[in-house]
Design a protein around this ligand. Sequence first.
Ligand code: SF4
Length: 353
Amino acid sequence: MSFDPVERPDGCDVPEKQARRAQARELPGLQRWTREAVAEWFDMPFANLLFQAQSLHRKHFDPNQVQISRLVSIKTGGCPEDCGYCSQSAHHKTGIKPTKLMTLAEVVEAARAAKATGTQRLCLGAAWRSPRARDLDLVCEMIAAVKAEGLEACVTLGMLDEAQAERLAAAGLDYYNHNIDTSREYYSLVASTRTMDDRLSTLARVRGAGVKVCSGGIIGMGESRDDRIGMLMLLANLPEPPESVPINALMRVSGTPLAGASSIDGIEFVRTVAVARILMPRSVVRLSAGREHMSDELQALCFFAGANSIFVGEQLLTTPNPSQERDASLLGRLGIQPLSSNQPSSPAPSGSA
Ligand code: SF4
């Protein structure tokens, strides 16, 4: 395999003409990755993998900038889904007390506080299987309020039908988050109340409505490397890869079925981030849940591997996240600047530093 940073690996299953077009025009979604090609990236010596990932990262983004998101739980707990990693599922005994949907005024306050601390995107999360009509009305008002504060708006509300996706788009929503979590093969071991095809249908409706897609997965749920390969391959092979790809390390929450999962090896986690960067070079790759338990050095390696977004705030839904002081210290020592709220989180022009 060549180490030319823009050369595609052997085994990339795409007609030559189309590959040339994709390479020349850098259009996403024109190439389909094979399992073998993705496995080859995972197997590569660490230094070579990181060199490739960092080279591609520099081609599309400023390597010294990170996009800052903040996640607000607008409706916590009592979720009818049974995701094995989640503290908010009504199926698990985690001690989380269900709350009511936040008010518009509370969301406006959260948006202002987020803006004041340098947040570029506010994500509103509700623990629902799918939103009810009257709740969606209020969420649409919340989206408009977040946008009025000059922030990008993202929501994660569960499954959507076409009309709901259209409504969110009309409200001005920038991103819809809906993680695929893991590989198609491993999915039924993580959740039984919905299927991977349910997830993909919602993603297609979001895309069809013209809203940007945020979708990634969770590492360390007992899945194999093959599952990590399958998950990234599935995301990268969507008709258009997600613009935002959160890579989470499982937060083992007491009372959930996955509370006893073995922790993921840090090097394997960095490899996963690097392969995500290589497969989806124009997507923002977010280092999401699990940073609380990562050393500064491990996070630095993730940034070097191509992660360029983080969630800030001391709470991530119901689990802890690094303090503002720790994040400021880490980014300061690495010379990484937050993307300002008036900068869009799209890639820099090709060829930028
Ligand atoms: S991950 Fe989302 S859908 Fe699954 S149980 Fe938790 S809140 Fe519900």
